[in-house]
Write a protein that binds this ligand. Structure first.
Ligand code: CA
Length: 228
């Protein structure tokens, strides 16, 4: 992907850190926008539709965690949290709320740029896979979205409706880590039965049926379908 097309929103109230990041982005050919408060960040995301968001958690008005929750109600824009909070619980909370990645301060500019490039690769997968293809292929696995059938090595697989929904969700986002919360929201559609324990059970059954190599578990974060 040509990084000149990527516009990064930098949400950071510390002017020195904000300048460090925006100068690095500019010198590597990225377009950028900046916001100082959480409310401003939400406004800029809805008005300007940036490609990637870098988000500090300690903001002067609302907490960065609340920014993630708010934005996720309407947008799947990749969010990389850049925070001085090194606590595992903060990381897990941010990732479960829908952040895509987490970088602890102090960070190196090189690592930040590498994380942005990873997001860009995930974006290019999404663009490639999302346009309503009627079939999906990955190794011996194929899905016919129109017929609602799944074939593995030439034989039709019998999946429950929920397993089929989970598989389609992973396939449509192949290469991308989907957080538990995202999967629960998408595959259970707000009903009460969706919780982490049942997600694990369904995912375990699905992996037994299609073979373990297709779905990676990211402990404490979520799941990802890999290209085989
Ligand atoms: Ca801050």
């Amino acid at each position: 992907m040509n990084n000149k097309q990527t516009c990064v929103l930098v949400v950071e109230d510390d002017a020195a850190v904000r300048n460090l990041i925006t100068v690095a982005l500019g010198s590597h050919g990225y377009q950028w926008l900046s916001a100082v408060t959480g409310a401003e960040a939400v406004d800029v995301i809805s008005a300007s539709d940036p490609s990637i968001v870098l988000l500090d958690l300690g903001l002067p008005d609302i907490d960065g965690q609340d920014v993630i929750a708010k934005v996720r109600t309407w947008s799947q824009v990749p969010i990389i949290v850049v925070s001085a909070r090194a606590d595992d619980l903060d990381k897990i909370r941010a990732l479960d709320a829908g952040a895509d990645d987490y970088l602890s301060k102090p960070f190196s500019v090189g690592e930040l740029l590498a994380r942005i490039r990873t997001c860009e690769r995930h974006l290019s997968y999404m663009v490639r896979e999302e346009p309503h293809e009627s079939t999906f292929r990955n190794g011996d696995l194929s899905i016919d979205f129109v017929a609602g059938t799944v074939m593995l090595d030439g034989k039709e697989l019998h999946l429950t409706p929920r397993e089929y929904k989970l598989l389609c969700l992973l396939a449509r986002n192949v290469g991308r880590v989907l957080t538990h919360q995202f999967i629960l929201r998408e595959a259970w559609s707000g009903t009460q039965e969706g919780d982490l324990a049942s997600l694990r059970v369904f995912m375990g059954n699905l992996r037994k049926k299609i073979g373990k190599r297709y779905i990676q578990t990211h402990v404490g974060v979520g799941y990802r379908m890999v290209r085989v």
